[in-house]
Structure formats: structure tokens, C-alpha cells
Write a new protein. Structure first.
Length: 321
């Protein structure tokens, strides 16, 4: 059986409400049994086992009821019995990888009448060789029309379920997103970076993030770090300069941390924890600024002390041995 859609109009359809409750439930079951063109074999006993395995119902009577309501059409082709659901293709959107129908079409099925392709030609077969993107099911129904289709979900054939992690850029063997270009309606291309949460870094945010990423110099989980960068509410030039300096200090101190058996902090966590605001360690009494005793530095005093300590640290590390 296959996954199919049920629309709200099903519950107050004028023809369907005249049918008995078991017939209405069977009608839904026929959708799941039908192929992508709305066809299935007319085998009441088999249908009963698949749709009503534990119920005492007569599927032959229910199929006759649905046929009388013109919801299905029963016919014989090549000495075999078949069922066609006329409204199937108007309300269902089968997966593009679902196999084409192999059942001879009903005489009233205009779309699948024999054509140049020969008797019983299936329009799904005629689509082979055409652009497959035209028949791809849209899984981004909440997306505005014209909006870039990044991160569309992928479905498991014949199920309607999402492929695990199909929207997670950091899962499996997917490569880390890089800087991209895109253009719409002939407008100049806009450079952007797609984060792990499918958000875009553009303009000044992108420029300053690349400065930080180069300074931090720990090339792991860039997309996640970009999300942390977006979460910083205000990125004034002074704050960016402070973050970049602290990142450079972190990069220079990283080898010593590894030697000491410590695990280096990744950029995502470093930014999330706002490590650039950490109070600097005490500085040698001969140089730099001593941290004030008796109280914790806060606000502008903390930023100034941090910046001074970072500058002194960089100066000392840049001096020849």
C-alpha cells in the first residue's frame, strides 16, 4: 500500500456522504492500493484482506455501492477485471519515483487513451526523457511562491515519509556549505553563506564572520558557527574588533591547550558562550594592566581590561624569542 493525501473536502463531498460508512472507508483504502494513475485490480477478496483484515464486511457490495455513486469505474480489459478511480489524479500527488501504471486504461480515461505510443500508452511513459523537475512533488508547501527552494525535503518512494536528515546540512556525507551566489530576475548576484539552520549570512554580517573565522583558525563546523554569529544581537565595529582579537588569542593559545591535555573550544560553542567577554587572566606585573582586586569587572571596564590584556598578549607573542 502507498501513502496518499486526504483533503478536508473529503468529509463533506456530496456524492460520498450518500455512501455507507464502510464504503467511504473503503474508498480511502482504494487510493492506497491504486497505482500512480489511479488504477488497481478488481479483486474484492484481496481488497478486503488489505483494507478490512479484521472486519466482517462484503467488499463486493461496497465496490458496487461506490461504482453506483460514480466514485469508481469497474471494467474488463484483456479478460481481467480492473478498477479506475476517475478523480484520483486530481487530488493525489504520487512520488516521482513511483512506477508507471501497467494496467490497460479505461475507455473514458482521456489522458491515458491509446495514442502514438501504441495501445495502452501511459502518459507517464511519455514523460520519460522530459525535464523531471516538472513532475517533482512539491514538499515546500509553506514556502512563498518565487522564494528560493533551498532545503526542500526528500520523500521515501511510495511512503510520503521524509528521508531522515534530508534537511540537515551537517548530516551524513553532505559537504559543508560554502559561499554561494544567486540571482533573481536579472538582479546582480548576492553573495551569501547558508548556515546549518538554513539561514543566510549576507552583507556586513558575512564579511565580519569571515574575519572571525579566519582569526579563530579552527576549521570545524563552520555552518553551525555561522548560526551562533547570527545570534549575536549587535555587532558594532568595536565588538567585532574585540571578538576578532580574542579569537586570534584563542588560536595562538590552542597548541598549548592541546599539549596540556585540554580540548580546544569549537567556534560554535566559543561564540555561544561569549568567550570573548571572559575576564582575562592576571598579567605579569612588569607589563600590562593588573585586574582590580575586591570586585568583579563589569560592562565597559571589563571590555577595556579584556582588550588591553589581549593586545598585551598578542604583543608578547609577536616578539622574537
Amino acid at each position: 500500500m502507498r501513502s496518499r493525501n486526504i483533503k478536508p473536502g473529503f468529509f463533506h463531498n456530496e456524492e460520498l456522504v450518500e455512501c455507507s460508512f464502510p464504503a467511504r472507508l473503503l474508498f480511502v483504502g482504494l487510493w492506497c492500493l491504486a497505482d500512480r494513475a489511479g488504477y488497481l485490480e478488481d479483486r474484492p477478496k484481496k481488497i478486503k484482506i488489505q483494507v478490512f483484515p479484521a472486519d466482517n464486511v462484503d467488499c463486493e457490495e461496497l465496490l458496487t455501492e461506490l461504482s453506483g455513486a460514480k466514485l469508481i469505474k469497474r471494467y474488463i480489459a484483456a479478460d481481467r477485471k480492473y478498477i479506475w478511480i476517475p478523480g484520483f489524479r486530481s487530488h493525489q500527488n504520487p512520488h516521482r519515483r513511483e512506477k508507471p501504471s501497467t494496467i490497460p486504461p479505461h475507455p473514458d480515461d482521456v489522458e491515458r487513451r491509446p495514442a502514438q505510443g501504441g495501445e495502452g500508452a501511459d502518459p507517464e511513459d511519455e514523460k520519460q526523457g522530459q525535464d523531471p523537475s516538472k513532475d517533482m512533488p512539491r514538499t515546500d508547501q509553506g514556502q512563498a511562491q518565487g522564494e528560493p527552494g533551498h532545503g526542500r525535503a526528500r520523500l521515501i518512494p511510495d511512503t510520503g515519509f521524509l528521508i531522515p536528515d534530508s534537511l540537515n546540512p551537517d548530516s551524513g556525507n553532505l559537504k559543508e556549505k560554502t559561499l554561494c551566489d544567486e540571482s533573481h530576475d536579472g538582479q546582480p548576484k548576492e553573495e551569501f553563506y547558508l548556515t546549518a539552520k538554513k539561514k543566510k549570512l549576507t552583507g556586513k554580517r558575512l564579511e565580519t564572520f569571515e574575519q572571525f573565522w579566519a582569526a579563530f583558525d579552527y576549521k570545524k563546523s563552520k555552518a553551525s558557527a555561522a548560526d551562533s554569529w547570527l545570534a549575536i544581537p549587535e555587532l558594532k565595529p568595536s565588538i567585532v574588533a574585540l571578538i576578532v582579537k580574542a579569537a586570534e588569542a584563542e588560536a595562538k593559545n590552542r597548541p598549548a591547550m592541546v599539549v596540556a591535555g585540554k580540548t580546544p573550544k569549537m567556534a560554535q560553542g566559543w561564540l555561544t558562550e561569549r568567550r570573548w567577554e571572559d575576564e582575562p587572566p592576571p598579567v605579569d606585573t612588569k607589563v600590562g594592566v593588573q585586574p582590580r582586586q575586591g570586585r568583579r569587572l563589569q560592562g565597559d571596564e571589563l571590555l577595556q581590561a579584556n582588550a588591553t590584556a589581549v593586545e598585551e598578549f598578542l604583543r608578547r607573542n609577536d616578539e622574537p624569542a
